[in-house]
Design a protein around this ligand. Structure first.
Ligand SMILES: [Zn+2]
Ligand SMILES: [Zn+2]
Length: 319
């Protein structure tokens, strides 16, 4: 489990988030119990161990009922989602990635038109856990396919040249997307071919498959002579507000004539990024909006036990 803030700081952070982003109401019957003490678990509130995990989600543990009740305000609204995360992790552990991808692509083959929802692309008849996990594998290429549909008039189309996509702030999660999944782009946009370059400072370089390569670099415009000028730049959950290294990159891109798209975990993060980009003179092509191809599988915060987010939940586009 990643290092967490102490409990009072966690509560202060959750208060802040709750002001920015109203939480779902707690379930009407929040009377979850506690499982048997687990040697590895410590109490979320006081750090005492061995503590007893929540018997619904297993995602947090308490020394006893007093501290469970104290934390109920924060835990009850996310308990079902933490249960779903545990189910998703078990599903991923039980199925090899190539098998999951083959299943995904077999389902994806059903749709011809550019889909506008996971149901349209995956079909509506999947078990919830499989639907969430398959969406998690495909969220990056499908988000890109969707954005290309929205931005088509801004992304040059030249049948003799592939559409060059630069994926900035790329990390292992982007590298893990198989070339077969990136090729869905060509099936969904049959009037284009694609050349995808993943660029990230800690990315292992290499050719990953036809039309997909990885390059180790911090993304700047002075890479264009070497990499080629992109037709579209995209950053998946790159945390513009969190990492000052991206500011020069945004200065490079705004006004360059190349459209760029960003995704974010949360609405207020997307709104903050939009303020920053407007302040440096970027022009919105697509104001921050919920992404229909966000991952349905939630990701737990590394610092807050009762917090979670979805990859690519919001998207915006600029030039
Ligand atoms: Zn305790
Ligand atoms: Zn729980």
């Amino acid at each position: 489990m990643p290092p967490r803030l102490d409990y009072s700081r966690q509560c202060a952070e959750l208060e802040k988030i709750a002001r920015l982003e109203p939480r779902p109401a707690a379930p009407s019957d929040p009377a979850a119990g506690l499982a048997a003490p687990s040697p590895a678990a410590t109490c979320l509130v006081c750090d005492a161990g061995p503590a007893r995990p929540c018997d619904r989600c297993g995602g947090v543990a308490y020394c006893g009922d007093e501290h469970r009740r104290l934390d109920l305000r924060w835990h009850a609204p996310v308990c079902p989602a933490l249960r779903a995360i545990a189910d998703d992790l078990a599903f991923f552990a039980a199925h090899a990635r190539p098998w999951l991808e083959a299943r995904l692509l077999a389902r994806a083959g059903r749709t011809a038109a550019l889909p506008t929802s996971w149901d349209a692309w995956l079909g509506p008849d999947l078990a919830p856990v499989e639907r969430r996990c398959l969406s998690d594998l495909a969220t990056r290429p499908l988000t890109l396919a969707h954005l290309l549909g929205l931005l088509s008039e801004h992304v040059p189309k030249d049948i003799s040249n592939p559409t060059a996509i630069h994926v900035i702030a790329a990390a292992q999660r982007e590298r893990d997307v198989s070339p077969a999944l990136w090729r869905e782009l060509e099936r969904l946009h049959p009037d284009r071919r694609f050349a995808i370059t993943l660029i990230g400072p800690e990315l292992a370089p290499g050719d990953l498959g036809p039309g997909v390569r990885a390059v180790t670099a911090l993304y700047r415009r002075d890479l264009w002579p070497a990499l080629g000028r992109p037709d579209l730049v995209i950053g998946y959950d790159c945390g513009l507000l969190l990492y000052p290294t991206w500011k020069p990159t945004m200065h490079d891109l705004r006004g360059s004539g190349v459209p760029f798209a960003l995704t974010s975990y949360r609405a207020w993060e997307a709104a903050g990024e939009a303020r920053l980009l407007r302040a440096i003179g970027a022009e919105p092509l697509l104001a921050p909006t919920p992404n229909p191809f966000a991952s349905l599988s939630a990701r737990r915060s590394s610092t807050l036990a009762n917090d979670l987010a979805h990859d690519n939940a919001f998207m915006s586009a600029w030039r």
